[in-house]
Design a protein around this ligand. Structure first.
Ligand code: ATR
Length: 270
């Protein structure tokens, strides 16, 4: 089967994910498979770029790469090396996808799409009017809080460091508090954006008393995690035990990847 490619898609191109660390990333496997399935002569690699080397790396980027994904800890720092931002990336203040359009570097944020897709399509929940507790106030949280607020949800940001949740709460007009206050915030949706529970520290959970708090609240929220390794985090396992529906992080991961792929190729993700 042959695809009719948009102009320029027959030329080999190189893509990458930059992060630190980045060796564990599933993006190369996912995108290389997608390129192969779409019969594109493209290649995708993981590049470990330390914060100190980001400026040097971005100098060479324009000549070498047709696009990239950006992950921890560069999502915000990379912005100053780009020429333009999509309105979403601008509002969020974080970039996870770069498109090199004839030498012009454009920053996008497809994490927003990934999170909303997972909650709405996989979790089958309407966000408008729903009360959502977001755990964490870092870069991932920024994207998700932005998306949820735009979709009409009522967001509460709970974080270990109160000053960080306060800052984010003010930016997006959301409620905020310390994570220790979780028991006072009954919700329809709970979403973890912290790194707690991520491999290899798989026994960790941002809410150690989740089951008893949910039983006390008498509510069974939809519980989602952005962590995709492991797929079932301790938080999700506890939520399931408490009778909640859960959405695993691999759905968000795939959805953001699909959107990045579309931005680079103009083709749908296979
Ligand atoms: P990302 O860009 O992936 O969101 P980040 O900006 O480093 O990463 O944010 C990490 C988030 O996880 C923060 O909200 C952080 O809380 P603090 O603001 O208090 O640092 C949260 N986090 C990290 N480790 C944590 C832990 N052990 N317990 C609770 N929260 C934690």
């Amino acid at each position: 089967m042959s695809h009719s490619l948009p102009r320029g898609l027959g030329v080999p191109r190189l893509y990458c994910v930059i992060g630190h660390p980045v060796a564990h990333s599933l993006s190369p496997k996912l995108h290389n498979e997608a390129f192969r399935k779409r019969r594109l002569p493209f290649c995708y690699e993981a590049v470990d770029v330390s914060p100190r080397n980001l400026g040097h790396f971005m100098k060479e980027f324009r000549q070498k790469y047709a696009g990239a994904n950006v992950t921890i800890p560069h999502k915000e720092a990379v912005i100053k090396y780009l020429d333009r931002l999509s309105p979403e990336a601008e509002s969020i203040g974080a970039v996870n996808t770069i498109v090199n359009k004839n030498g012009v570097l454009i920053g996008h944020n497809t994490d927003v799409y990934g999170a909303l897709y997972a909650l709405q399509k996989i979790g089958r929940i309407r966000l408008k009017g729903k009360r959502v507790v977001v755990l964490g106030a870092g870069g991932a949280s920024r994207a998700i809080v932005y998306g949820l607020t735009k979709a009409g949800a009522k967001v509460v940001i709970l974080n270990r460091t109160l000053s960080n949740s306060k800052k984010l709460g003010h930016v997006f007009g959301a409620e905020y508090g310390p994570i220790a206050d979780f028991q006072n915030h009954a919700c329809d949706i709970l979403i973890n954006t912290t790194s707690v529970g991520m491999w290899p520290e798989v026994k960790g959970t941002p809410l150690s008393r989740l089951q008893s708090v949910l039983n006390m609240q008498g509510k069974k929220p939809l519980v989602a995690d952005i962590i995709y390794r492991p797929r079932m985090t301790k938080l999700l396992r506890d939520a399931k035990k408490a009778g909640c529906k859960v959405v695993t992080g691999d759905h968000m991961f795939r959805a953001q990847a699909a959107k990045s792929f579309e931005l680079w190729t103009g083709l749908s993700f296979p």
